[in-house]
Design a protein around this ligand. Sequence first.
Ligand code: AP5
Length: 179
Amino acid sequence: MILLGPPGAGKGTQAKTLSDFWKIPHISTGDILRHAVSNQTPLGQKAQSFMDRGELVPDQLVVDLIRERLNQQDASGGWILDGFPRNVTQADFLDLLLSEIEQPYDRVVNLEVPDEVLVTRMLGRGRKDDTEETIRRRLDVYRQQTAPLIDFYSHRNHLSSVNGNLPMEEVTEELKQIM
Ligand code: AP5
């Protein structure tokens, strides 16, 4: 499953629950990058300034880490992708990679949540990139670069949309029904 949706939509929250339920890995490029930043690895050092500004990190960095992660043994029986792909270049790359490793995705789900709810949720969470200015930038980047993926996947008839502005358990139930 690929989870799409704006920052704060609940992708990480749902992916964690479903990963436990389906016993498949939750692969979040944001989590992998934050871990790299906190350990100050070469990847983290390259990514940090982009993340602090709410910009996407360069495609090559995330493409390399996704290739490595999806080739790991625990990903051979399925996965939930959260935060990747983030633009059309990454989506094209993913199509190629998945056909190379013969692991098609079943469904792309877009979590829909109104902007004012997203902002309130993120301000309440308090992650380093959850300041008002960075949240605004992340929402702009989402609209410009990630939202076009909704058309990208609906043209392929792989997209379902779910109301993410419901209690967490209800959203989880919807996602289970879709799969
Ligand atoms: P990333 O970590 O992917 O952040 P994001 O997309 O901005 O998403 P969030 O983690 O903020 O939100 P979420 O949808 O997971 O919501 P969550 O479940 O946490 O990316 C961070 C940065 O890394 C990017 O800005 C970029 O720099 C870089 N990056 C990552 N991937 C990249 C890529 N592919 N290419 C380039 N750069 C990349 O929920 C949010 C809050 O709401 C929580 O407090 C939660 O408890 C609450 N909540 C969730 N669901 C509900 C609900 N149903 N009702 C009430 N509250 C809820």
